[in-house]
Write a protein that binds this ligand. Structure first.
Ligand SMILES: [Cu+2]
Length: 95
């Protein structure tokens, strides 16, 4: 029997590289705009993105890909050089 009210939600933490508050906004916005993501909060000090998401609608892998696509390295996917180069100077996190 379907209750309809059932809500499938998972919490995950992804390692995401960044360097400032602008990075925080960019990372969180990219994640929050994805279908199935209900919460995204990035910690600058820890370089960690906290997520709540519905695993029926989106995967951690898909989220990591989108984060890399806006310019931020994750453990699994790295931003391509052109995207990284286009980030504002304050957002450069690679040596
Ligand atoms: Cu930044």
């Amino acid at each position: 029997m379907e209750t309809g009210a059932q809500h499938n939600e998972k919490h995950a933490m992804l390692n995401v590289k960044g360097s400032c508050e602008m990075c925080k906004e960019r990372i969180e916005k990219a994640a929050q705009e994805m279908k199935g993501v209900t919460f995204a909060s990035w910690e600058l000090e820890n370089q960690v993105l906290h997520l709540n998401y519905d695993p029926d609608k989106v995967t951690e892998d898909e989220i990591a890909k989108v984060i890399a696509a806006v310019g931020h390295d994750t453990d699994k996917y790295k931003a391509d050089q052109a995207t990284y180069n286009a980030l504002p100077a304050c957002c450069k996190y690679r040596d």
